[in-house]
Design a protein around this ligand. Structure first.
Ligand code: IMO
Ligand code: MG
Length: 428
């Protein structure tokens, strides 16, 4: 069968939660592989409307085992809250497992995230202030605390005291902040550990076993390609890779196991936080898209910056992810637009750029070059068949496929699970 990675193709918030909730119907395992609770995956289904930050969006199906992989950083308080919320809505969370290798977000990570943002002042990155950057920094600095450490109180105390000693020096000397108490943090996290113990285990073997049996596995990405620390708009990026390839390392699979990589793209572009976005519309069209599509952050409530589809960035995203398919979301938002623009190249000084620059200083100066397509008047959210879509909508999709050199296999035309048009079967 198939391992399918579902990843964000733009700057995050593309509607990954909805696509995963839909495809998980046929999956045995859904595994998150990167990011942390900076993600906000909105799912609307018969159980209600949910904003999942850590738990995979496959949790609503009784046959699906959900895994929070080693590549994720976990804030235990957020995870426990999410487990509670789901249980209160009648969703069974007994099939949830957390990798013992996943790193934990500690209170000093969230505090340092906020202090670093304030220190950057005008140059702030606009992070979600969830402690993501500091937690991943500690992982590679070999100063992290892992979920598995919570299972042995002595190991945990040792790890925490080494890390906290260092963090308290930074907090008090560099930021003149109060130090954290080892005893209080130890007690608090031991308490989390007792509640999380049933979920924590080695998880890569579970995925490997499913792959060996040929069971369908979904790898759930977070964020989007343009927030990748290597290929995104550095330094305005997140701190773990949202790319399909990271699905291997973040879940414990080899690259040849991934059969399809599906990039989720909105029919337009949005971005939350700082950093260049060439097609941003700071006018009534941008405001109209934001209000019609409720483009406010699921994690922070911040208004998202909205603009026309950027096919230069989109083509780059297809390449660096190695996408086999596109899931196009929010196409319904364009209903009623008499014309729609797509950015096909950038103007930089006297040059025309057709590839995405690696330097944000260049990207900041890029002016979009647009192609204008005919729009359509009628609402499309009730349509379930590709052929019934207005010709202009099909034409828009076909132009995106050409520009991105990748087929669109799914089209979402509303937030509900049923508001979807499947063009091609993804699990084969
Ligand atoms: P989902 O999974 C959109 C952005 C933040 C900020 C930058 C760095 O819902 O698509 P961080 O807190 O990660 O250090 O912030 O990344 N960002 C997201 N934007 N969707 C997300 O996740 C995001 N996760 C982080 O706004 O610009
Ligand atoms: Mg989101």
């Amino acid at each position: 069968m198939a391992v399918v990675a579902i990843v964000g193709g733009q700057w995050g918030d593309e509607g990954k939660g909805k696509i995963i909730d839909l495809l998980a119907e046929k999956a045995k395992i859904v595994a998150r592989f990167s990011g942390g609770d900076n993600a906000g995956h909105t799912v609307v289904n018969p159980y209600g409307e949910f904003r999942l930050h850590l738990i995979p969006s496959g949790i609503f199906y009784p046959q699906v085992t959900c895994i929070i992989g080693n590549g994720v950083v976990i804030n235990p308080a957020v995870l426990l809250q999410e487990v509670d919320d789901l249980s209160n809505h009648g969703v069974d969370t007994n099939r949830l497992f957390v990798s013992d290798r996943a790193h934990l977000i500690m209170p000093y990570h969230t505090l340092l995230d906020a202090l670093e943002e304030e220190r950057r002042s005008k140059g702030a990155l606009g992070t979600t202030r969830r402690g993501i950057g500091p937690a991943f920094a500690d992982k590679v600095a070999r100063l992290g605390v892992r979920a598995g450490d919570l299972l042995d109180k002595d190991t945990f105390r040792n790890r925490l005291s080494v890390a906290l000693e260092f963090k308290n020096i930074i907090l008090t000397k560099a930021y003149q902040a109060s130090p954290f108490s080892l005893e209080e943090m130890y007690d608090q996290y031991c308490h989390y550990g007792e509640q999380l113990a049933p979920f924590i285990r080695e998880t890569s073997s579970m995925i490997h076993e499913a792959v060996t049996k040929g069971d369908p596995v979904l790898l759930e990405g977070a964020q989007g390609a343009l927030l990748d620390p290597d290929f995104g708009t550095y330094p305005y990026v997140t701190s773990s890779s949202p790319l399909a390839a990271a699905g291997c390392v973040g879940a414990g699979l080899g690259p040849k196991e991934i059969d399809r990589a599906v990039g989720v793209f909105k029919a337009y572009n949005s971005r939350v936080g700082a950093g260049p976005m060439p097609t941003e519309l700071k006018d009534e069209i941008g405001n109209f898209i934001r209000e019609k599509a409720h483009e406010y952050g699921a994690t922070t409530g911040r208004p998202r910056r909205c603009g026309w589809f950027d096919a230069v960035a989109g083509r780059f995203s297809v390449q660096i992810n190695g996408l086999s398919d596109i899931a196009l979301t929010h196409l319904d938002i364009y209903g009623g637009f008499s014309s729609i623009k797509i950015c096909t190249a950038y103007k930089f000084d006297d040059e025309v750029l057709t590839s995405f620059p690696s330097d944000v200083a260049i990207l900041e100066k890029c002016q979009p070059i647009y192609e204008e397509l005919e729009g359509w008047e009628e609402p499309i959210s009730g349509i379930r068949n590709f052929d019934k879509l207005p010709a202009a909508a099909r034409n828009y999709m076909s132009r995106l496929e050409d520009l991105l050199s990748c087929p669109i296999s799914l089209v979402s035309i509303g937030p509900d699970r049923r508001q979807i048009i499947s063009v091609k079967e993804l699990f084969s």
